[in-house]
Each structure stands twice: as C-alpha cells, then as structure tokens.
Design a protein around this ligand. Structure first.
Ligand SMILES: Cc1ncc(COP(=O)(O)O)c(C=O)c1O
Length: 429
C-alpha cells in the first residue's frame, strides 16, 4: 500500500526544491550529449599522481594522526598556510581567523545556522549562485534581488534599495557578494564598488558574505583586492576553496572571519560534521608547502583561458544577432541573454534533442519569475572540439527558434531577413 511519507517532513523541508542543475547533471551520461550545464572543473587539471605520492608520503610519516578525528577549526598547519596566502592578498589575518570547511559550500550552511532566523533578509545579486539560494532557503531566509550589469551587482540600485530596506523593522542582515567572475554571469565587481560595499555595510549595519571560489582563475586584467581587505570592522566573512585550484573531490575550503564570528561558526560546524576530512586537509597543505599550488594555478589558467577563448569565438561564429553574452576576465561561465520573447526553458528542451545542454537562467534568481530569457554556459568541462561543436548545435537551435517565430518580434524578423539575404542565416542553420 502506498504510504505518503511526506507528511513527516518539517515545514522547512516542505519548501525545499530539487536543484535544476543537479537534475541536469544526470544528462552528462547520455551518449553524444555535450554539456555546458555543470560547474565542473576539467579533470585534465587534476594532479592525481602527485596527490597519490603526497598521500603515500604523509600517511607513512603521520598516518595515526591523519586517520584520527581532527580539530573542528581545521588542521593548524593548513590554517597557517591559508592565512599566509590570504595575507599575500592584502588581508590582515592570522591563522585564528581561518576556519577550514568541508568545501566552501559549508560556509553557506554555517552562516545560515548562525545568522538567519526565519524571514531574515539576505541581499543577493540577480542572478546569483543557485546553491547559496537553496542553502539559505533551508533557514527560511527571504531574498532581496539586485540586478547586475557588466560590473556585477548594480551598486546604484543597491544603495537606493538599502535606503528603503533600512526603514523596515527587520532590515537586511547579510549581503552575498561574488566579486570575481561571478557564478553564473562571469562578471567582476570593480574595486570602487568593493570599497563602497564595505562603507555601506558600516552605514547600514549588515554583514557581507564574500564568496570567492574563482578569484585565482583570472585570465586577463589585473588582480583586484578582495572586499575583505577593506574591512576594518570584521563585517566581511570571506570564503574560498581548493575545489577549483586543486580538486573538488578533496572537499576542502576555508572561511576567513573575525574571531568572534569564527567561534560561533566552529560550534555550528561541530554539530554538522565534527571536522573537515583530515586526509584532504593534509594533502592540500602539503601541496602548498611543497610549492606546487602556484604552478598548478598557472596551468589551470592556461587551459581555461584557452577554453574561454574557444567559447567566445564560437559564440561570435554561431549565434545570430539579437543574442548577447558576457565577456568574462576569468572563472568558468558565460551568461547569455536571448531576445525578450524567447524562453530559455523551451530552448533547452529543443537543445537537448540536439544533444547539447545548458542551465536555464531561472535557476539563478530568487524570484522565480526572473531569468526566463537567459542561460548559463560552462566552458571548463567540455573538451576544446566539443565546445565548438556544442555551440554549433546550440546556434542552430537558436536560429531555428528565430526562424519559426518570425511574427514574435518584428525587430528581430527584420534583422533576420537582412541576415538571410546576406546568406549568413542559411550558412548557420
Ligand atoms: C559561487 C560558488 N560558491 C561556492 C561553491 C562551492 O564550492 P565547494 O563547496 O566545492 O568549495 C561553488 C561551486 O561551484 C560556487 O560556484
């Protein structure tokens, strides 16, 4: 007899929905599918042999300690190594400000536990990192969305919004910022906006969660100082990870925070998982101490920068007029804006039939009405020829969509006719 077990779910759990991206990842298995959907690093970059050698070495030397439970805050040697790297990036921090976590995703969960009561407001960009939205939704947060442009979060809109929100009984508690090559849109926040955000945090008394998994993956332009480096009041909780610069399977990330905040995060982590995987932490530390990490980052930059160029060239070659996309300086993603009448969910259904996948924009917005005409493309995981082939397929689906919807947009029809007359469209579809 069917038994509906869902009645046992908590009120919190009833509001949880499956991540569209996680569901889509299953499609990576379909034969011939070219996936721009995931956010996966390329396994070609994983230094598997070196990690194996390091694991052998440290287990031989220190096995009994490595296989024991560790300290919740993290292995002292890794906390020190991370603090040193953070100091080189302009943050005035010591090892006591560093918490090692089970992937930086855990910081989303821990900050939810420590700061968020039901109906508390978190300000996010629109679009933003999907799993931050779902992670804080567990704690029944509400979200205020600020649109982005090529300079990341629109600071003019943010400031105006804060003026209004500050008058509420329950003004925003946290702002979630992804300053470098934001997931999903690939856009970067200028230095001026980073300073401004810290000033506003002080004026309006909010905390900033600075999520920086991609900061090291810069392919052009100069490195910009972190938001945390402007923070004199301990308002910024910075987070980053070894997932994109070493291997995500290690599940080792870190948070940098004021000691008072860190102490609370540690208590929350204790009840979550006791400690981060000690073997993974020691491998990451040894990787830094032996001097492998910077050459590794350089190697990854080279590979991904090439892949990004292939994707940007492919977009120019295969996408018709009326489609816009971001030109990131680093990271792993491109963000695509379709004509206002074209639905990216509908486009995905058709693209999947041509064996090419992406993530629809909707997934990255707190407001489910937003993002219907946008989509995210990942360029780090597919092989170089598959990027070009995938874009050829996607371009032909988009072109087909335009051709079969002549009457939907007079402007685009006119442009399309001009293209067709020039012979471009026929060549592309
Ligand atoms: C913006 C952002 N934050 C956090 C994470 C979590 O990374 P991890 O838990 O592997 O450190 C990711 C992973 O893709 C991400 O894109």
């Amino acid at each position: 007899m069917a038994n509906d077990l869902s009645r046992h779910f908590s009120e919190r759990a009833k509001g949880l929905r499956a991540s569209e991206v996680r569901e889509l990842l299953k499609l990576l298995e379909v034969p011939d599918m070219i996936s721009f959907a995931g956010g996966f690093p390329n396994p070609e970059t994983f230094p598997a042999e070196l990690i194996r050698d390091i694991a052998n070495e440290i287990l031989k030397k220190d096995g009994s300690k490595i296989l024991q439970y560790g300290i919740t805050e993290g292995c002292p040697e890794l906390r020190e190594s991370v603090a040193e790297r953070m100091r080189k990036k302009g943050m005035e921090v010591s090892k006591d400000n560093v918490l090692i976590v089970s992937g930086s995703q855990q910081v989303i969960d821990l900050t939810g536990k420590v700061f968020i009561d039901p109906k508390d407001t978190i300000v996010v960009s629109a679009p933003t990192y999907l799993t931050a939205l779902t992670g804080w939704a567990v704690y029944q947060a509400t979200f205020e969305s600020i649109p982005i442009d090529q300079n990341n979060m629109r600071m003019d809109v943010f400031e105006e919004r804060m003026k209004k929100l500050a008058k509420r009984a329950n003004p925003p508690k946290m702002v979630y910022a992804l300053p470098n090559f934001q997931n999903p849109a690939g856009v970067t926040m200028p230095e001026k906006s980073r300073r401004k955000l810290v000033d506003l945090a002080s004026d309006y008394d909010f905390l900033i969660i600075e999520d920086d998994p991609y900061g090291e993956l810069r392919y052009r332009g100069r490195h910009l100082p972190s938001i945390k480096s402007f923070d004199d009041e301990g308002r910024v909780i910075y987070m980053s990870t070894f997932s994109k610069i070493l291997a995500p399977g290690l599940r080792v990330g870190w948070a940098v925070a004021h000691e008072d905040i860190l102490r609370k995060l540690v208590i929350a982590k204790q009840s979550a998982d006791v400690c981060t995987n000690v073997l993974g932490q020691r491998i990451a530390n040894e990787y830094i101490v032996q001097g492998h990490i910077d050459p590794q980052i350089e190697k990854i930059r080279k590979i991904y920068s090439r892949k990004m160029d292939i994707m940007l060239n492919g977009m120019s070659e295969f996408m018709p007029d009326g489609i816009d996309w971001t030109k990131p300086d680093g990271g792993m993603f491109l963000w695509v804006e379709l004509p206002k009448w074209m639905d990216s969910g509908e486009l995905l259904r058709k693209a999947l039939k041509k064996r090419v996948a992406f993530v629809t924009g909707k997934a990255f917005f707190a407001d489910p009405k937003d993002g219907t005409t946008s989509l995210r493309l990942n360029f780090t995981h597919p092989s170089d020829p598959m990027i070009t082939e995938g874009l050829r397929r996607l371009g032909s689906v988009v072109n087909q969509e335009i051709v079969s919807n002549w009457d939907r947009s007079k402007e685009s029809v006119d442009r399309k006719i001009e293209d067709a007359v020039k012979g471009n469209l026929i060549g592309k579809s």
